[in-house]
Design a protein around this ligand. Structure first.
Ligand SMILES: [Zn+2]
Length: 66
C-alpha cells in the first residue's frame, strides 16, 4: 500500500471497521500518510471466513491489492 498522493509507504491505519452483510462483509479502513498528511479510505472485501487469525488474514488481503 502506498500513498495515492505522494507514493510514500509510511502509511498508518487510523480506523478499521468491519461491515457485515449476511455471510460476508467489507472492511473499511481509514489511512493516513505520515509523509504528506493525505487521508483516504479503502474498502476491502471479506469472504466471511476469517475469525481465528483475523488480524493476519486481513493484513494478507491488504497486500494482494499491490
Ligand atoms: Zn503521502
Amino acid at each position: 500500500m502506498q500513498c495515492p498522493a505522494c507514493g510514500s509507504e509510511l502509511i498508518r491505519v487510523v480506523d478499521s471497521r468491519r461491515w457485515i452483510a449476511g455471510s460476508s462483509g467489507m472492511v473499511r479502513r481509514r489511512r493516513w500518510c505520515m509523509a504528506c498528511g493525505a487521508e483516504w479510505v479503502t474498502w476491502e472485501e471479506w469472504d466471511g471466513r476469517v475469525p481465528r487469525r483475523s488480524a493476519r488474514a486481513l493484513d494478507r488481503a491488504d497486500h494482494q491489492g499491490e
